[in-house]
Design a protein around this ligand. Structure first.
Ligand code: ARG
Ligand code: ZN
Length: 480
């Protein structure tokens, strides 16, 4: 790809046209005065991600003290430049102690207008298409670091949670924080002996180096987006076993769940079974490990790669396999195939919500037809619900119920229009073609049209992009 123009590289690397503008505007100088763009031009979060390089691997090595919430250590980033760089940005909000680029001390400064942008200026400009090693050392108290007026880092009774969407990296590791730049991860965290430090993938080692402290080292070997990298520290009951397929299956339970603890276990311990069922619809499970974590004080569930994290609230009324099906489906829709832009959130939530229908049908608790029809019928046409557009809900409404529920109805409407055989072929082709990468709604629609041989623009317009309750229900002509 060395001879490709820089604008083309920007477009290929990120898959959307807005980037082209950002990248061309800053990559013209041949004299080494070209700074990397401070953002990738995402329609919802223009400043997220950075131009001029591609990350291949994050090595995050930290020490965390629950008593003080002090987090300190070094993240080493292995990247490749995609343009000549006089300087480049990392998305990061904590206080930095030093930065080295290819072993030489580099200048660094927080952008005066945006404390989540760390600007790194190497001694000498970096050439295009070269590997680069960036080591960032830092120490801070993440719960006290406000970015955009808040901190997504959560302290708990016995530890902390770095679990959030769309952004969490800024509060614990420097990153190219956009779903289009995936990387592999090593996460190694030293914590007091009486707490656990949990993250993605496999537990490579649990080791002691000094009295009172234990280091937990995790490795996630498949391309992973930055917001899906997580840290959960606390007094967890950790369980390690293997799935029938021989994958590590690691779960953890916060004892503070109290009366909800058995229901959480009765749900999360069945994750491999749920994954097996979903794999029959979606194709092979895309990752090397599985698991799940039940915690308190999160307020939502998140599909962290290989190991979703669930708030206790989901299990208050008993076992909840529906939420396990939802988060497990995200391992395909969202994790393996990431969003090209945050405005494509329907590709995550519409399909994960639809997986709840598939699980229900599998369990004999109601067919997808029945659930879709009931949902459609039970929300009156004048309800504001129908004004929200799943295809472009806006940054403030990415997790609005309409993205999930109307989003799932859109998926069902597609199924009824093209028929079961073609529908599941579309899903499996999408997941196979985009595995480890990312995609946009437009690309999904194009694939669906190609495989069905039908024009589907009107269907998707009505369900994703037009305000108001669709006149025809999700089951098509037969709708009541
Ligand atoms: N993707 C998550 C789910 O649907 C939702 C995350 C919501 N994020 C938040 N900060 N509330 O499972
Ligand atoms: Zn979801």
């Amino acid at each position: 790809m060395g001879k490709t123009s820089r604008a083309a590289i920007g477009a290929i690397a990120t898959g959307f046209a807005t980037v082209l503008l950002v990248t061309t505007a800053t990559s013209t100088a041949a004299d080494g005065t070209a700074p990397g763009a401070p953002g990738l031009g995402d329609p919802y979060y223009p400043g997220q991600g950075n131009g001029g390089y591609d990350v291949a691997h994050y090595d995050i090595r930290l020490t965390y003290h629950p008593g003080t919430d002090r987090l300190a250590g070094t993240t080493t980033i292995l990247a490749t430049t995609t343009q000549e760089l006089s300087s480049f940005n990392l998305d990061f909000g904590l206080a930095v102690r030093s930065v080295r680029v290819d072993n030489r001390p580099a200048r660094f400064a927080k952008d005066a207008d945006d404390p989540s942008e760390l600007v790194v200026t190497p001694r000498r400009p970096l050439a295009e298409g070269e590997p680069v090693t960036v080591a960032v050392s830092y120490a801070d108290v993440p719960s006290e670091v406000a970015l955009d007026g808040f901190t997504a880092w959560k302290r708990t009774a016995t530890g902390a949670l770095a679990v959030d969407e769309p952004h969490i990296a800024e509060w614990w590791f420097p990153a190219n924080d956009h779903p289009t730049d995936k990387a592999t991860f090593d996460v190694s965290v030293e914590v007091p002996d009486d707490v656990a430090a949990l993250s993605n993938g496999s537990l490579v080692r649990k080791s002691k180096q000094r009295a009172g402290w234990t280091r937990w080292s995790w490795r996630s070997t498949q391309p992973q987006t930055t917001y899906l990298a997580f840290l959960a520290i606390g007094d967890y009951e950790v369980r390690q076993s293997t799935t029938p397929d021989g994958q590590p299956f690691i779960t953890a339970y916060d004892p503070a769940l109290g009366a909800s603890l058995p229901a959480a276990k009765a749900s999360i311990e069945r994750s491999p079974e749920v994954v097996e069922v979903l794999a029959e619809y979606f194709g092979p499970y895309p990752f090397e490990a599985q698991g799940g974590i039940a915690t308190t004080g999160l307020g939502f569930a998140l599909e962290n790669q290989t190991r979703s994290v669930y708030d206790a609230a989901f299990f208050r009324a008993g076992a909840n396999l529906s939420v396990v099906a939802h988060e497990s489906a995200h391992q395909w829709f969202g994790d393996s195939v990431a969003l090209g832009r945050w405005s494509d959130i329907w590709l995550n939530e519409g399909f994960a919500s639809y997986a709840e229908f598939l699980w229900s049908e599998h369990e004999g608790e109601g067919t997808a037809d029945e659930l879709a029809q009931y949902l459609y019928d039970s929300v009156p046409a004048d309800d504001p619900f129908w004004q929200m557009l799943p295809g472009d809900p806006g940054a403030d409404n990415q997790f609005h119920a309409a993205v999930y529920d109307r989003g799932a109805l859109a998926v069902h409407a597609l199924r009824k229009t093209v028929g079961d055989e073609t529908f599941f072929r579309i899903l499996r082709s999408w997941l196979a073609e985009k595995k480890g990468g990312h995609g946009t709604i437009e690309e999904f629609v194009a694939l669906a049209e190609r495989l069905s041989g039908q024009r589907l623009d009107e269907l998707f317009d009505v369900w994703l992009f037009t305000p108001g309750k669709p006149a025809t229900g999700p089951n098509g002509a037969g709708a009541r």
